[in-house]
Design a protein around this ligand. Sequence first.
Ligand code: GUN
Ligand code: FE
Length: 447
Amino acid sequence: MKDNKNIVFTGIIASSSSLNNLEINSGYIAVKDGKITKRGSTEEFDRLEKSGEFSTFEIVKLSPDQFIIPGFVDCHTHAPQFPNIGLGLDRPLLEWLAKYTFHLEKKYSDTEFAAKVYDQVVQRLLKNGTTTACYFGSLHVEGTLELVKSAIKHHQRALIGKVSMNKENFAEYYNETKKELEEVETFIKQVISYQNELVEPVVTPRFAVSCDKELMDGLGSIAKKYDCRIQSHISENTSEIDYVLETNPKCKSYGHVYDESGILTNKCIMAHAVHLTEDELTLLSSKGVSVAHCPASNTRLKSGLCPVREIINANITVGLGTDVSGGDNASILDAIRRTMDISTCLEMRGNDKYALDWKEAFYLATLGGAKALNLDHKIGNFDIGKEFDALLVDVYAKGGQIDKFEGTLQSNPDEYALDLLQKFIFVGDDRNIVQVYVKGEKVKDAL
Ligand code: GUN
Ligand code: FE
């Protein structure tokens, strides 16, 4: 790891240029110092190779069963909640937070515990092809810095927030306002001081149930001062919305509570957005806020069926989130499938042309996520000049779920390539992701 070689891959390469445009064909992609420097056809590769263009490159020739896609982007997950994955999903959101989640998150005052968990979390995500993750940490500065250190150690691209909360709760998991604002600045300065190009701090008000106006105002100002991204939750569950409106009687919607404090900017990522009103859709769209769609937790916690198509049609940028441990699966492949399933359910209930197909869901998991996190100038597809975050997929990898039935895929090369990718999207798992690259460095090698 961390030997940033020049590499050229030849074989099937797939990436999206927009929601409705998947580019997939045979060719080559050349990577120098972590960045994509050249792309072209197989014929062009043959010519350039003969001319000695790639004499200093490692050449990776993919088999006909393999392809390269952009790394997955997880726009929303909670690293400290991983020890609770699969637990307590019989409760609605607010009960689940109070009974399970806050108690676990409190444990991250122990930095040794934090370091151990986060090291596993980062490796788990990389193994599953998540090359970029936007993480919630816990309330603790030192604990959350352990997450930053793990991302740096394992070379994952990561946006990381120390969670902010100042409202009392039964778990006694909150900070006094002044202390909280000071700690957020300490965290941001510390992350910046690491000068790591892959990791950035995110201002992270947990949600309007846990933060009062004074804290929210302060966090809005800090985000502005450091030009940071902001992440939070919005309109996930109807009891949550009722509570937020009750405690903010002057605001006409949940969205307006955030807007009053300057939280809604074009560097803001809001998770869930299951129950937004027309008015809120217009508000988020006008402010350039992105949405992290978290289908697993939306159904596990019975929060609701998120109308993703409507959100996209309102010109809001959408990416996917696994939202562990409200979500029960850390893999973005799972989020892709659940996105298709939920939108299909909504279509079957009478919403015409509502379902997102696999190519659209693949876009949300890659370029959509990169746009949602304001990282699409660097990642999300294989445009020349972008950084090479990629997965090498072997559809028939040993031990995987997909059996090979010789001669059954379509023989036309374009259709064959589409068939391969489609099989992986619907049936593949981490065993098919045989190599993972972040900024040109190999972070997983199961070949
Ligand atoms: N809303 C506030 N905190 C959380 C959390 O940890 N998980 C989910 N799913 N929703 C939240
Ligand atoms: Fe969440």
